[in-house]
Ligand binder design. Structure first.
Ligand SMILES: Nc1nc2c(c(=O)[nH]1)N[C@H]1C(S)=C(S)[C@@H](COP(=O)(O)O)O[C@H]1N2
Ligand SMILES: [Mo]
Length: 246
């Protein structure tokens, strides 16, 4: 037999086998369940890439309140704040080929995205702000994720209630176009209250995911061993949902 007909024969066998499964009742049920699952998963992925609403500049809240840490006093933060964050470094590390160490100036010179979005805090308040910064995907592409990377962890400079604040997201949110490393609010450098010099904006997620005072972005394979292993400060402390999609 020629190779081509062997392949054709294999194809025919597979189709025949498949029809046999479909002929039986359980087989048909299995197939339709698999198909439904597949359609559901596909819909979920499309939804997860959808954009959060963006607003006209006129919708910006006159005052974007601060919540949680608003004026960190621990470690080197006060010194950095006093000299305009001129020697602050933002690291991109962990499961990457090329770790990065970026100054405020380095980050300002990257291609920028500006978005006017609504921030929703679970404590029951919202505010609209205009955020500017490079997309996180740009930094992750520059650092080149290793294939084992599954989550992105955000390390923060502040201690809140005596514990370092941190957060984490999966790669779908990490590569979402509205996930940016913001260094401006309403066209001005980020106020200390809102996370200077860098904070995350992950627009499809609730307020507590929006890590402020960013020191490092770390690619990891698992969230075990980071903080108490639940993926974030509030997840560890109060059992908030790790996936806080909106
Ligand atoms: N580093 C750090 N990030 C943080 C917090 C914090 O206390 N520390 N609080 C979170 C919560 S609960 C909210 S609602 C938002 C508040 O952002 P804002 O201070 O700009 O309003 O930041 C989130 N990110
Ligand atoms: Mo919040």
């Amino acid at each position: 037999m020629k190779r081509r007909s062997v392949l054709a024969g294999l194809g025919a066998l597979w189709v025949a086998g498949c029809n046999k499964v479909a002929e039986t009742d359980t087989g048909a049920k299995l197939l339709s369940a698999a198909e439904k699952w597949h359609r559901g998963a596909h819909r979920l992925l499309i939804d997860r890439n959808a954009l959060a609403p963006e607003y006209p500049h006129s919708a910006v809240s006159p005052f974007f309140r601060g919540n949680g840490s608003t004026d960190p006093q621990n470690g080197e933060y006060p010194r950095h704040a006093a000299n305009g964050f001129s020697d602050w470094r933002l690291e991109v590390r962990g499961l990457v080929e090329t770790p990065l160490s970026l100054s405020l100036d380095n980050v300002r010179k990257l291609p920028q995205r500006t978005q006017v979005t609504r921030h929703d805090c679970v404590e029951g308040w919202s505010a609209i702000g205009e955020w500017t910064g490079p997309q996180l995907s740009l930094l992750l592409e520059a650092a080149k994720l290793k294939p084992e990377a599954r989550f992105i962890v955000f390390h923060c400079a502040d201690e809140y209630k005596g514990t370092s604040y941190y957060e984490s997201i999966d790669l779908v949110d990490a590569f979402h176009p509205q996930t940016i490393v913001a260094h401006q609010l309403n066209g001005e450098p980020l106020p200390v209250r809102n996370g200077a010099p860098f904070r995350m904006r992950i627009e499809r997620q609730l307020g507590y995911k929006q890590a402020k005072y960013l020191t490092a972005i770390e690619a990891v394979a698992s969230l075990e061993g980071i903080g108490e292993g639940q993926g974030g400060f509030w997840e560890d402390r109060s059992g908030y949902q790790w996936y806080a999609g909106i």
